[in-house]
Design a binder for this molecule. Sequence first.
Ligand code: FES
Length: 373
Amino acid sequence: MGQRRFGRAMEAVREYRASRTIPEDLHGRGGMDEMLAQITDGLDKMFAILDHSEYKARAAPVQVRTLDMVVSEKMAICVDENVVGLTFRRADGADVPPWRAGSHLDVELPSGRRRQYSLCGDPRETDAYSIAVRLVPDGGGGSVEMHALEVGDRVSITGPRNAFPFVASGSALFVAGGIGMTAIIPMIRKAREVGMDWHLVYSGRTTESMPFLDEVSTWEQDRVTVRTDAVDGLPGAADLLRDAPDGGSVYCCGPPPMIAVVREGITATSATRLHYERFSAPPVVAGESFSVELARTGTVVDVASDETALDAVRRVRPGVPYSCRQGFCGTCKVRVLAGVPEHRDRRLSDDERADHMLICVSRSAGEQLTLDL
Ligand code: FES
């Protein structure tokens, strides 16, 4: 067992050195997780000496682990923003696979939609997963369906997977925006548990719209900054990164504008690592317009320079599958029948890219693509 673990750890380290990301523990084994955390933290510090780098996790490798779950609790977490907390337990009553701070679940809804939600419960709870979901009435329908779930309803989940891993050592600044707090809150609980030097900047529209403020108010208030757009205005880099630790890490989860501000501002700080996770699609950068032909109907849709092919296709095919909208889950993978894609994902292998694309992020190198849709 020791040799096998060591071999896997070294393999993971090699992957880390190649990609400069922290690999997840695919099997959720606590001992292995801690071991990798220490190794990768050491590498973090080594790389930090070399440069002032930005870290973004690549997609976790595919792991097929689907569980039948039952909704065991449902509660309002934040009435103003209409955030509900949902707790799932296995239908067979067994324990759930372990997870670490930063992990998320893929939830398959009764309609077939798949959506990803950060785990926000306690990893020491071995028989349940908890998530929080903000209602987006004019979104893709996933949150509406999630809010309609009631205690006793069944769903399938896949995971947990971790594309936003947290290393519980050293010093850290956490920057959370609104519902982004769901990914951050288990990290801070862990940071407090192990005695890390940490600070939090938690930003939202109003205090009434910000989930988990009750718990945040029980933490060391000299480490916490809560700011609202209503009182303080939209935060800038100086507001969000004032407590960025010298030689430490910044973990950020929030809306795309917040991530953009932090990414731009981090270079002016002495923090050495930025880890971030979006909870919605990033803006299209340097996009050219093109058109997409849906081969099964012959319908042609125009994709504007500032929108994704997925958004354009959804205008005529609202049920087209998608989930993360960030190019890492693979749900929107489509066969390309003609044209040359410009791949912008972090998921597909070179072989897959020969005849497939992820339409949530990838675009066209030419004027038109024909897709097997
Ligand atoms: S929706 Fe996740 S990769 Fe496109």
